[in-house]
Design a protein around this ligand. Structure first.
Ligand code: FES
Ligand code: FES
Length: 168
């Protein structure tokens, strides 16, 4: 640690990580550049696009808006933490089944935002989904299939249907 860096500890996807960051380092850069969790994307760096969304202590947060030092001691979930080994998370399965992505740049942030919604409301209407996604921008899909995917993920999470038990 130098005069200009601080040591912080984050628990990322269940793994405790200790790292040195500058006081100005943003959480998204700490995750991507220091810890190699590159699933979270950097789009606008100004809280507009949602590509950098992760969960911090269970809440969806745009990680370009949070200093890494503010997250010291927190539990962080990134898109890399969604799957359970080889078993895709219902959101990942649903985005694949419903073609909820094209280039995929927005997808990690979409999934983390959707996870917050579905944890609160597993059966959202299309309007509720679109409202929840207001802070997440997609330049490719027109959103229709993303909404389909989130509705489908809600069904999968409610029924507990796994890839092994499902019909696909
Ligand atoms: Fe964080 Fe766009 S990079 S909201
Ligand atoms: Fe390309 Fe959303 S799939 S930005």
């Amino acid at each position: 640690m130098t005069d200009t860096t601080r040591e912080i500890t984050l628990t990322v996807n269940g793994t405790e990580e200790t790292l040195e960051v500058e006081p100005r380092t943003l959480l998204v850069h700490a995750l991507r550049d220091h810890l190699d969790y590159t699933g979270s994307k950097v789009g606008c760096e100004s809280s507009l696009c949602g590509a950098c969304t992760v969960h911090v202590d269970g809440m969806a947060v745009k990680s370009c808006t949070m200093l890494a030092v503010r997250a010291d001691g927190a539990d962080v979930t990134t898109v890399e933490g969604l799957a359970d080994g080889d078993e895709l998370h219902p959101l990942q399965r649903a985005f694949r089944e419903e073609h909820g992505l094209q280039c995929g740049y927005c997808t990690p942030g979409m999934m983390l935002t959707a996870l917050s919604l579905l944890e609160e409301n597993p059966d959202p209407t299309r309007t509720e989904i679109r409202n929840a996604l207001k802070g997440n921008v997609c330049r490719c899909t027109g959103y229709h299939n993303i909404v389909d995917a989130i509705q489908r993920a809600g069904e999968l999470m409610t029924t507990g249907e796994t890839e092994a038990s499902g019909a696909d």
